[in-house]
Ligand binder design. Sequence first.
Ligand code: SF4
Ligand code: ZN
Ligand code: ZN
Length: 341
Amino acid sequence: MTVCDVCKRRKPVVYQKHTGLKLCKECFYQDIHRRVKAEIDRWGMIKPGDTILLGLSGGKDSWVLLDTLVRLHDPSKIIAVTIIEGIPGYNRREYAERVKAKAKEYGIDHIMTSIKEYTGHTLAEIVDESIRRRVGVSPCTYCGISRRRILNLYARMYGADKTATAHNLDDESQAAFVNLLRGDWEGLLRQHPLSSPASPLIVPRVKPLRKIYEWETATYAYLGGFPLQETECAYINMMPTLRARVRRALYRLEERRPGTLLTFMETLDRILAEDARSLKPQQLPSCERCGEPTSHGRRLCKLCELLEKAGIEKPRYTELYQHGGREPLKLHRLRVSEGGG
Ligand code: SF4
Ligand code: ZN
Ligand code: ZN
């Protein structure tokens, strides 16, 4: 019988192309946990007493993140947030309830909310209006920015030290490559685990899975029997064109030479480390509409600007910015509730 290359006892169920090893489930899981821990320790991503707010979409990556983090960190210090985007047929309330039930089994706190609760509109409503007005912004852009903002808001409200997202190696290398092609040096540095957030109002973000391949998170979730959705997001094929091209190109390179993405990210990490470390949080101007930080010379933050293009001039979150625009959002509580999508 063929046996696992590591324990030499059990039956292998995974062929890890980039190492050439055949692994049994236990050894494969151990390998993932070891690599995630090494990445966390290497950059000091998480300290022992940290409260971590984790984005738990219920997708394969987010289950791997949760299942790994609870082995490395005190579960009573982990809060999971599930955000219902409001996309027809995808990540509906029934599914989110299953995610919540599973999260409870880990003994962690769980919050359910939605893009609608935060902005006043579902993602589908925002996208429909954006298409009608020919804005030319991809649904993933609205979705990504809204989710980041919601996680950050809850992290501030709960006094979390870090937000953890489940970006994997494929996501990170695609984003890095796009930044390189665009010449976005600051974007590249901000991706580095040693960089600090741009503003004190942004809770530091960590990505513990950044060196784990997407096929590995998919295999992990499949072998672990996590509740996964059978439907795909309806907007998956509407991602920005450059990103989609880079994605295809990187997959071809990885296919021809397994391990390419890992080498790429490792090399970038080393080249960027010094410059990323010296990036300091700045006192950024506040968005006139919502009080969140924005870049110098801008009146509105990116989210307010994008929503305005889609005809939404008073998103719900602006109600949280009060006292004549003097108080930042952190002093106001968004209703922690069972927001629907
Ligand atoms: Fe959001 Fe795009 Fe993912 Fe759909 S594919 S959930 S729109 S980021
Ligand atoms: Zn084994
Ligand atoms: Zn704003």
